[in-house]
Design a protein around this ligand. Structure first.
Ligand code: A2P
Length: 286
């Protein structure tokens, strides 16, 4: 089991990735810089952003302001749906590199799959985008490549043409929405699963089941949710813009869940789901 925020998972290509990341979805650009700087100074070494979050420039500023060397930081960003296809993908990645002010990205993800609902040629769209990812990877601009919000059907389709298989799938995962089928598929295929919204966007924090178990461990509901993701072998990416919470969310290595806690949380009925289901083709506003 992981012992600290800098302990790592190893991707199948040998790249190490710190086991808990600092998420920046819904972090406004005007505060992202100071939040990222603070998170790094407190000890986080893994920052997750996306082109669609509109805060890449500010995240890059925060990294530089932190004084932590770039090569000590694992930086993820994501490709947006408006740039599908080989050429557009290459250009889009260059835009992210410029915005972030860095010459490489540690992990680049396809943010959402193209799906049958939006395009008959969805498989080809994903395959061409992925070809762009493979080129960027081979050129050394990206240390690892992966996807986000892909269901097994999307991964199976991608496999048909991929030369390099995805190393990561970042999905919504939290108590009450554990996507077991996706997680099991990924584990069986050497794909590390990252958990976005491990606190269910905050919706889990007043849940009585979570509250009761958290009280037993003398931890906060947020810490319990983060610990749960880690104990399931996932990589949680909690987001907070509030300094004491940023620190609280890292302090999840001093306790372990009992088997009965895991069983209880595993058995929770669906709760806190964001409503973003891949097959429903997400809206442009993320
Ligand atoms: P804020 O950013 O204002 O601190 P998720 O990571 O699941 O998307 O959840 C993010 C939401 O949970 C945000 O609204 C964030 O608020 C809130 N949050 C993050 N960490 C904590 C915490 N330790 N205690 C309470 N709320 C938290």
């Amino acid at each position: 089991m992981k012992k600290s925020v800098t302990d790592t998972y190893t991707l199948y290509n040998g790249v190490n990735i710190p086991c808990l990341g600092y998420g920046t979805w819904q972090t406004p650009a005007d505060v992202a810089s100071s939040c990222v700087c603070y998170a790094l100074q407190q000890g986080y070494r893994h920052i997750d952003t996306a082109s669609a979050y509109g805060n890449e420039f500010s995240v890059g500023e925060g990294i530089r302001a932190s004084g932590v060397q770039r090569d000590q930081i694992f930086l993820t960003t994501k490709h947006w749906i408006s740039h599908r296809g080989y050429d557009k993908t290459i250009e889009h990645c260059e835009d992210s590199l410029r915005a972030l002010g860095t010459d490489y990205i540690d992990l680049y993800l396809i943010h959402w799959p193209a799906v049958a609902k939006i395009a008959d040629n969805w498989e080809e769209l994903n395959a061409e985008t992925w070809r762009g990812f493979e080129k960027l990877y081979k050129d050394g601009k990206i240390r690892a490549i992966g996807v986000s919000n892909f269901l097994p059907s999307h991964l199976e389709a991608l496999k048909k043409t991929a030369e390099i298989l995805p190393m990561v799938n970042q999905i919504e995962f939290h108590p009450g929405y554990t996507q077991n089928e996706v997680v099991d598929y990924c584990k069986a295929n050497n794909i590390l699963v990252e958990a976005w919204s491990p606190l269910g966007c905050g919706r889990l924090l007043a849940n009585p089941v979570i509250d009761e178990i958290a009280r037993w461990h003398d931890c906060s509901p947020a810490q319990l949710c983060i610990r749960y993701a880690l104990e399931k072998g996932l990589l949680p990416l909690p987001k907070s813009v509030t300094p004491p919470r940023i620190v609280e969310n890292m302090r999840v290595f001093g306790f372990s869940l009992r088997p009965e806690d895991i069983e209880t949380i595993d058995a929770m009925e669906e709760t806190g789901f964001s409503g973003f289901y891949p097959e429903d083709a997400p809206a442009d506003a993320l």
